[in-house]
Design a protein around this ligand. Structure first.
Ligand code: SF4
Length: 452
């Protein structure tokens, strides 16, 4: 049960020392209760209180890390059923399956595609996160050789090691070093050995249930044995069953705080169909409905890219607009005669405008004004992109030292502020740019500084 701010305050030192970065213990307690800061920020709180508060404020779906360092995969941490209730925290991980029953060419192809199918969209790098290495024929030597090959071939891949044999997983884990893999799959026969291995290595465990009840049973046993980091597979191998199980698990964890299902799920579209298009469709459904990780049989750009975009759209916090930094951006190597354009700091606007300028090959200065992530017209309507604020920004930005001319190109939709801006910036000529970013290349190719 979540604690209130007042309940948390009772466990704090109440000295109002401010070392947590917040002026008072009460304000800090309120923020902890709202899930905005971690209790660890207070250096003077007792370990006992930390454990009590940490437990009470933990998300109903446990946060799990696979791998290490900056490229580690983080899954779970979810607190709600629907994104509009709060936000979704950690994007579904996309994994590609590589098995000991595959030819060298198939393995190499999958590793190559894992490394090469990467995209940048609105400043975010999109890619598959994990490689699932499967012991398909129970041969420990082949399995460890494959683990080594994947570790060497894909240096930033986070690994899922799949075997029923705890000894094989132990050998594979040794090769992984600090790149802590997910050890999959715990069943009724190997649960004791797997729990010991997890305790020894600190790796998360993947439960391989035969159905939802069996998954709960295995998960309860692991929790009872002190294992905290778990990922669950309910054994569903049809889209309908996997979707149902994911929904039941999420509801049970979020609404009823049912601990045995309070973990990220792993789903296997790769085992649900042989048709790549159908597999991608199943994956898209399971990304939308609560899968923590989906394992694909292969990576193909035309199927992976839409899944990555779906992932980006679902897991972007709608309450925090994506923004770029207020700054002067130089595109195509501008000099003192290059055109100067200005727009807002909404990521999508920035990337569309900068992309068109880049494509035009015209060296240009692009000024990005902080509008708190609002697009041009919305920012103008909200009073964040008015003539006075643009003028202040132009003066303090340093652009006047970078160019000889004084010609500022503003977005075509802001025609109404041209007069006001000319008053605010009497040394500058204000030129209306095109309304559509797509018309920028032709406009820039024709552009000449206005004669003053
Ligand atoms: S660091 Fe701890 S004691 Fe100091 S103000 Fe913050 S919560 Fe209170």
């Amino acid at each position: 049960m979540a604690l209130t701010g007042i309940q948390i305050l009772k466990m704090l030192p109440k000295t109002n020392c401010g070392e947590c970065g917040i002026p008072t213990c009460l304000a800090f307690a309120m923020k902890v209760a709202a899930g905005q800061v971690e209790i660890d920020l207070c250096p003077d709180v007792s370990e006992e209180a930390k454990a009590t508060i940490g437990e009470a404020s933990a998300p109903p779906i446990r946060t799990i890390k696979i791998g290490s360092g900056d490229s580690a995969f983080t899954g779970g941490g979810e607190t709600c059923l629907y994104r509009h209730e709060k936000r979704f925290e950690n994007a579904t991980g996309l994994a590609v399956l590589i098995g000991t029953d595959m030819s060298d060419a198939d393995v190499d192809g999958r590793i190559d595609r894992f490394k090469s199918l990467r995209y940048e969209r609105v400043g975010v790098n999109l890619k598959a996160d994990l490689i699932a290495v499967k012991d398909a024929d129970g041969d420990q030597g082949k399995f460890t050789a494959l683990v080594k090959k994947v570790l060497d071939g894909a240096e930033d891949a986070n690994l899922i090691l799949m075997s029923d044999n705890a000894a094989s997983l132990a050998e594979g884990t040794k090769l992984c070093g600090e790149r802590k893999p997910l050890l999959f799959g715990v069943n009724a026969d190997n649960i004791t050995d797997m729990a010991s291995l997890a305790k020894e290595t600190g790796c998360p465990l993947g439960v391989k249930g035969s159905n939802l009840d069996n998954t709960v049973e295995l998960s309860e046993k692991l929790i009872g044995d002190g294992i905290k980091d778990i990922v669950i597979d309910t054994g569903a191998r049809t889209m309908r069953a996997a979707l149902d199980d994911n929904i039941v698990a999420r509801r049970a964890a979020v609404k009823s705080k049912f601990k045995p299902l309070g973990f990220p799920t792993i789903a296997f579209p790769c085992e649900m169909t042989d048709d790549p298009m159908m597999e991608a469709m199943i994956a898209s459904v399971l990304i939308a409905k609560y899968a923590g990780i989906v394992v694909l049989s292969d990576l193909q750009g035309d199927l992976l890219f839409p899944l990555l975009l779906e992932q980006l759209n679902l897991f972007t916090d709608p309450q925090r607009p994506m923004v770029v930094k207020e700054d002067i951006y130089n595109i195509n190597g501008p000099d003192e005669n290059a055109p100067v354009l200005i727009t807002c700091n909404f990521s999508l606007t920035y990337f569309i405008v900068s992309g068109e300028i880049e494509g035009s090959n015209v060296p240009s200065w692009l000024l990005i004004k902080d509008t708190e992530g609002l697009s041009v017209l919305t920012a103008w309507a909200a009073g964040k992109f008015g003539a006075d604020l643009i003028a202040q920004f132009i003066k303090k930005s340093g652009i006047e030292d970078k160019v000889k001319h004084r010609d500022l190109i503003i977005p075509g939709y802001l025609a109404s502020i041209k007069g006001e801006l000319e008053e605010e910036l009497p040394d500058w000529t204000i030129t209306m740019g095109p309304r559509e970013a797509g018309h920028l290349p032709a406009f820039l190719k024709e552009w000449k500084p206005a004669a003053k």
